[in-house]
Design a binder for this molecule. Structure first.
Ligand code: ZN
Length: 169
């Protein structure tokens, strides 16, 4: 398995709407290979999640580290379940060295296929909901920087000095 190069903000692939994957092709070698390489790349980069467009592949596939483990989501569809919002500090492997406070839906329904082609329909809250929304945004060409409170945008070095502990849940 190779560790893939991660596209950085400004690369046009991060702004494309990614294509769905044919559910019948999920078990094909090409998709399984991509999942394996994305997983290795996420671990290497210390990410909580990774989306295929971040590794220059414009398809609707993300990997998220949820509270109950690493989960592959293919063709995910998110439906917010309430107007309640939660804010937390987010960073992104495609926006190296920065973070900011981002407001997200507190509770969502998410429907997706896993890496075996099995369909899932789950309710997610808090951390799981935040990670899922961040990663699935990548499939629509959206980065957290346009959802964040711009006044909180911080370089990690300054975040550690001045912001750690402030505003966190
Ligand atoms: Zn990201």
């Amino acid at each position: 398995m190779a560790i893939l190069k991660i596209a950085q903000m400004g690369h046009p692939i991060l702004r494309q709407v990614a294509d769905p994957i044919d559910p019948n092709a999920i078990t094909d070698a090409a998709v399984q290979h991509l999942i394996g390489e994305m997983y290795e790349t996420m671990l290497d980069a210390d990410g909580a999640g990774i989306a295929a467009p971040q590794v220059h592949c414009s398809v609707r596939l993300v990997i998220c580290t949820f509270e109950d483990g690493v989960t592959v989501l293919i063709n995910p569809v998110i439906t917010p379940l309430s107007d309640e919002k939660i804010s937390s500090w987010e960073g992104c492997l495609s926006v190296e060295g920065m973070r900011a406070m981002v407001e997200r839906h507190a509770e969502i329904r998410i429907q997706y296929y896993d890496q075996t082609g099995t369909q899932h329909d789950r309710i997610m809250k808090d951390w799981n909901a935040i990670v899922a929304q961040h990663e699935c945004d990548h499939l629509d060409g959206i980065l957290y920087v346009e959802r964040c409170d711009p006044k909180t945008l911080s370089f990690n070095t300054e975040f550690s000095k001045y912001a750690a502990g402030l505003g966190e849940e």
